[in-house]
Design a protein around this ligand. Structure first.
Ligand code: SF4
Length: 360
């Protein structure tokens, strides 16, 4: 397949692995910050191609996994209400809240629908003027423009029955939280290419300088990841800490400025709690006051929820690169994709799900 097979070429992969082996002289720990990259690494055995000195750890790169428990509880509470049509991408439906998941709410009579775009939810609102339609707006910077567009469009049409439950998180503040934590092991980052397609990569420059870490904007295919690791290792070995772009076929330094303007018009930066990690200042997006009428939390009065995480799940440590999924005592026994204890086992981008699928 064009633009896919050439990035999975086994001979080229071996050449990159050889170049990494030649470049490395001591141990380095590198974190990828995207669940798509985590899955590619585990699925294609990229970490097993690398020399023992290079360890890849998996960061908080799956938006489903970092959505806090209380947000899931709020979604379930809203979905169960009479007259509500609750719309979501499919991967959120099986994420466990503190007592049940959205699929259970649907089984109990809630009108929960899978959509493929937030604009599908706007269409449902347009076609059902007597029902309240809510979209579960989860994601990183990558999905923020489409969610901003849905709110902007609903405002333009004067749709009074549409709202979004917002759980948007931002990648650079999470990277900074990891770098400044006392147990940090990360010495270099592979930044998520799709996030940078929207946001560009200028905001990573102060991070690289302040914490002396190389950051390489990297794509998602095996050769992208191997080249990203090689660029990162070469920087580490030569004592450089710069932002470099491996994913030049998609990412420009300034990103997509039209998308950024739309996001800035609809959303503002807020503190956000990350599941398993805790609250990180300025790490999320919330609706601006001018769009507050589209805020499902306010509309349904579900603002003050708290929930306790399962004491058994160590996904917080996994998302900070301190543990690997198979180090969790529940992995593959009490916690499986059919009966998940934590979100990292549910999502198709979760590290535990990747290890369960490819590494048991
Ligand atoms: S295996 Fe399950 S319980 Fe363990 S960290 Fe992963 S999601 Fe949590």
């Amino acid at each position: 397949m064009k633009f896919l097979d050439e990035y999975r070429d086994a001979d080229a992969a071996k050449r990159f692995a050889g170049a990494i082996r030649q470049a490395v002289t001591r141990p380095w720990t590198i974190m990828e910050v995207c669940g798509g990259q985590t899955h590619a690494i585990v699925k294609f055995g990229i970490d097993e191609l690398l020399p023992a000195e290079v360890e890849l750890v998996h960061g908080p790169g799956c938006p489903v996994c970092v959505t806090p428990l209380e947000l899931i509880d709020k979604a379930i509470e809203i979905a169960a209400r009479k007259g509500v049509i609750f719309c979501s991408f499919g991967d959120m439906l099986r994420v466990p809240g503190s007592k049940r998941d959205l699929l259970a709410a649907k089984a109990c009579g809630g009108d929960v629908r899978i959509v493929y775009s937030p604009l599908d939810a706007v269409k449902i609102a347009r076609e059902n003027p007597t029902r309240e339609v809510v979209f579960f707006a989860v994601g990183f910077e990558t999905t923020a423009p489409a969610n901003a567009m849905a709110v902007w469009q609903a405002a333009r049409e004067g749709l009074r029955n549409f709202s979004i439950l917002v759980s948007h998180v931002l990648v650079p503040p999470a990277m900074e939280a990891i770098l400044s934590s006392p147990g940090n092991r990360v010495q270099g980052f592979l930044a998520a290419g799709h996030v940078c397609t929207v946001m560009g990569f200028e905001e990573y420059v102060p991070l690289a300088e302040r914490y002396r870490v190389p950051i390489v904007v990297t794509g998602f295919e095996p050769l992208d990841i191997l080249q990203g690791v090689l660029m990162c290792v070469r920087q580490l070995e030569s004592g450089r800490a710069e932002v470099e772009n491996q994913y030049t076929r998609c990412v420009r330094r300034e990103g997509n400025e039209t998308a950024q303007r739309l996001v800035a018009e609809v959303f503002r930066i807020v503190p956000r709690k990350w599941r398993g990690v805790g609250e990180i200042a300025r790490s999320g997006l919330g609706l601006r006051e001018t769009f507050a009428e589209f805020d499902a939390e306010r509309r349904f009065g579900v603002t003050d929820y708290t929930a306790e995480e399962s004491g058994e799940c160590i996904s917080g440590l996994i998302l900070q690169g301190m543990k690997k999924p198979h180090e969790c005592p529940a992995f593959g026994t009490r916690c499986t994709p059919e009966h998940p204890l934590g979100a990292t086992m549910v999502s198709s981008e979760g590290a535990c799900a990747a290890y369960y699928r490819y590494r048991r």
